[in-house]
Ligand binder design. Structure first.
Ligand code: C2E
Ligand code: CA
Ligand code: CA
Ligand code: CA
Length: 277
């Protein structure tokens, strides 16, 4: 009967939902434990200039889960954000990234870029956290860049702007990540105190054909330069994309073509070679 089938389906969805909730609760508990047990690591993905020289690296978080192996951030960052765990986790990332970067050969002055969630920016202690990560590591503030997304201005824009200004007063850099994916990107360029614009990887995929994405990419590079911002393209995967971006004066490139994210040791070894051809 249709009715029975309906009930069966309802029960099916319910058990699916239960499984989903259980999974979430388990992951959240695991995440709490992982923070105590130090089961996180960072990988560093090079950002190179047109000459192939490494200028900076983005710190990307990895979780060494005891049963599930290495988990990518998309599996647990949302849970960390919803549960508030992103604040202590983000503090760990900041400290670890600064400590690692402080050990990179100083004359090159290679920067480190750290992803910051809105929840962290909303936390009034963020400015103090950043200042203490810099002090504890001895890293020159100019070598730290925080990557934020447009979502920072969705609510409490005034408080967020005040936080960003306070951060910049420390001498660090601010990058706008995933640029072009939000709804009001241009107004963000006007309002946010920024040093770098990070063009979202989705624009790069089709660059080798004359698509609207290509037109937008080249126009955004020009616009950003006129505003005095540096431009990074992410998810650069092919030589053709690299050539197009360099032709249009994109400042920095990041993506598998240049390098996958590397362990701390592998990144230091790569820095010693310095140039990515
Ligand atoms: P994102 O900030 O946009 O970081 C770039 C992502 O693209 C990384 O994924 C990187 O591994 C991946 N990627 C790099 N090159 C290529 C490429 O050539 N092709 C493709 N298809 N992908 C490429 P990952 O490491 O899985 O990180 C995913 C997202 O998790 C990041 O996106 C960022 O939003 C977030 N995330 C990572 N680490 C942190 C962190 O420490 N704190 C916070 N709040 N978020 C983080
Ligand atoms: Ca990022
Ligand atoms: Ca991004
Ligand atoms: Ca992202």
């Amino acid at each position: 009967h249709a009715k029975d089938r309906g009930r069966g389906q309802f029960q099916f969805f319910r058990s699916e939902l239960d499984a989903h909730v259980r999974e979430r609760v388990t992951l959240e508990a695991d995440l709490r434990r992982a923070l105590d047990e130090n089961s996180f690591t960072l990988e560093f993905q090079p950002q190179v200039n047109a000459a192939g020289i490494i200028v900076a690296a983005e710190a990307l978080l990895r979780w060494q889960h005891p049963q599930r192996g290495v988990l990518p951030p998309d599996c647990f960052i949302p849970i960390a954000e919803e549960s508030g765990l992103i604040v202590p986790l983000g503090r760990w990332v900041l400290h670890s990234a600064c400590r690692a970067a402080a050990l990179w050969p100083a004359p090159q002055g290679v920067r480190v870029a750290v992803n910051i969630s809105v929840e962290q920016l909303r936390d009034p202690r963020l400015v103090t956290d950043v200042a203490s990560a810099l002090a504890a590591s001895g890293l020159d503030p100019h070598r730290l860049e925080l990557e934020i997304t447009e979502s920072v201005l969705i609510d409490e824009p005034e408080a967020m702007l005040a936080s960003l200004e306070a951060l910049r007063a420390l001498g660090i850099r601010v990058a706008l990540d995933d640029f072009g994916t939000g709804y009001s990107s241009l107004s963000y360029l006007r309002r946010l105190p920024l040093d770098t614009l990070k063009l979202d990887g989705s624009f790069i995929a089709d660059l080798e054909r004359d698509t609207p994405d290509a037109t937008i990419t080249y126009s955004v590079i020009e616009l950003a330069h006129r505003l005095g911002l540096e431009v990074i393209a992410e998810r650069v995967e092919t030589p053709g994309q690299r050539a197009r971006l360099c032709e249009h004066q994109c400042d920095l490139l990041q993506g598998y073509l240049l390098s996958r994210p590397l362990s701390t040791q592998a990144f230091s070894a790569r820095l010693a070679e310095s140039r990515i051809s």
